[in-house]
Design a binder for this molecule. Structure first.
Ligand code: ATR
Length: 318
């Protein structure tokens, strides 16, 4: 009997917890992953009140839940709550993925690998490049170790509060060549990749970058995503960036990694009868168009699939 008609088939329960959560794209993404891989997964969004996080996690586990994604503002609380942490979660100081194993909460963080995978999908090389990471808060911390693992020639953390950038760089200095500074110290320097991990986009603002900071052929990446290009993305286009990307691909990639942690199956490994190596194939399979077209239409496709242009005009953090 095919799974489709097997009504006794039970689904494993997963959810994302955060506040606010109504606009989360995660239920849509994981439902598509489940359909694509044939995994018996049900995934919902749960809004949690401040102060109620650990109880909400306990209730979810007690009701038979198998795993959780955690988003703003509970990632640090999740880090404290879990019984064990992966090395990357330990480093990130934040947990965005929990798996329940034999009564234990195992915490992981897939944000950084999500960014690196999306850069790879878009053929943006970090290895050997000069990388500027803007911001020194939780979002920047979460991606630092995976970025350094790619061995950039140089990684500079630029931040409004220079001291915070310097401290963060110091903390990660055993993983590679990394330094921190304020934006004024970037005058005269050039970078091949500029990543915005600040919260500035949420307020429609732009970090005060010197005009000449982009090298020839530079790429710009905003970890936020939304209906319209962010202020940083608009700045990047005006200043001649060769590629300008938002954080939607990162959102999909971090979700894929969480799905793998829970299910042991990578969503892109099974698309119809063939192995897919690119997320473009996932996009293609969902839209029923061929992979070449999907590549060309990638940005637009993502926005259609995840309803970015249809159900929200807000900017979203991961
Ligand atoms: P998150 O978890 O999203 O990283 P956070 O830990 O509060 O949030 O950090 C926010 C980051 O965005 C910080 O690096 C902050 O700079 P400061 O450390 O100087 O406060 C940066 N940020 C927020 N608003 C900004 C703006 N309008 N311009 C530039 N940087 C901004």
């Amino acid at each position: 009997m095919s799974d489709l008609f097997d009504f006794s088939r039970r689904h494993d329960e997963y959810a994302v917890m955060g506040n606010p959560i109504a606009h989360s794209k995660s239920p849509r993404i994981h439902t598509l992953f489940a359909e694509q891989t044939g995994e018996a997964v049900h995934y919902e969004a749960i809004q949690v009140d401040p102060g109620g996080f650990s109880q909400a996690v306990g209730n979810f586990e007690a009701s038979g839940g198998k795993g959780l994604n955690i988003t703003v503002p509970f990632k640090q609380e999740a880090w404290e709550l879990v019984n064990e942490r992966s090395e990357r979660a330990e480093r990130a100081g934040a947990v965005n993925t929990i798996k329940f194993v034999d009564g234990k909460l195992i915490g992981d963080n897939t944000d950084g690998i999500g960014l690196v995978n999306d850069l790879t999908n878009n053929r943006i090389a970090v290895k050997g490049g000069r990388v500027l990471l803007m911001g020194a808060g939780g979002a920047a911390r979460g991606v630092l170790a995976p970025l350094l693992a790619q061995q950039p020639a140089q990684l500079v953390i630029g931040n409004r509060t220079a001291e915070k950038a310097k401290q963060l760089a110091e903390e990660f200095s055993n993983l590679g060549q990394v330094e921190g500074c304020g934006y004024d110290a970037l005058e005269g320097k050039q970078f091949d990749l500029v990543i915005n991990a600040t919260a500035a986009s949420l307020q429609g603002e732009l970090p005060p970058l010197p005009d000449s900071v982009l090298a020839d052929g530079a790429c710009c990446y905003d970890m936020m995503y939304g209906a319209e290009p962010t202020a940083f993305m608009q700045w990047a286009s005006r200043h001649g960036a060769a590629k300008v990307l938002d954080g939607l691909g990162m959102l999909v990639e971090q979700a894929a990694e969480s799905f793998y942690i829970w299910r042991g199956v990578r969503p892109e490994d099974k698309v119809g009868d063939r192995k897919a190596t690119q997320r473009n194939d996932f996009v293609a399979s969902t839209l029923e168009i061929n992979a070449e077209d999907a590549k060309a239409q990638r940005t637009q496709s993502k926005k259609i699939i995840f309803g970015i242009y249809t159900n929200t005009d807000r900017l979203e953090p991961l």
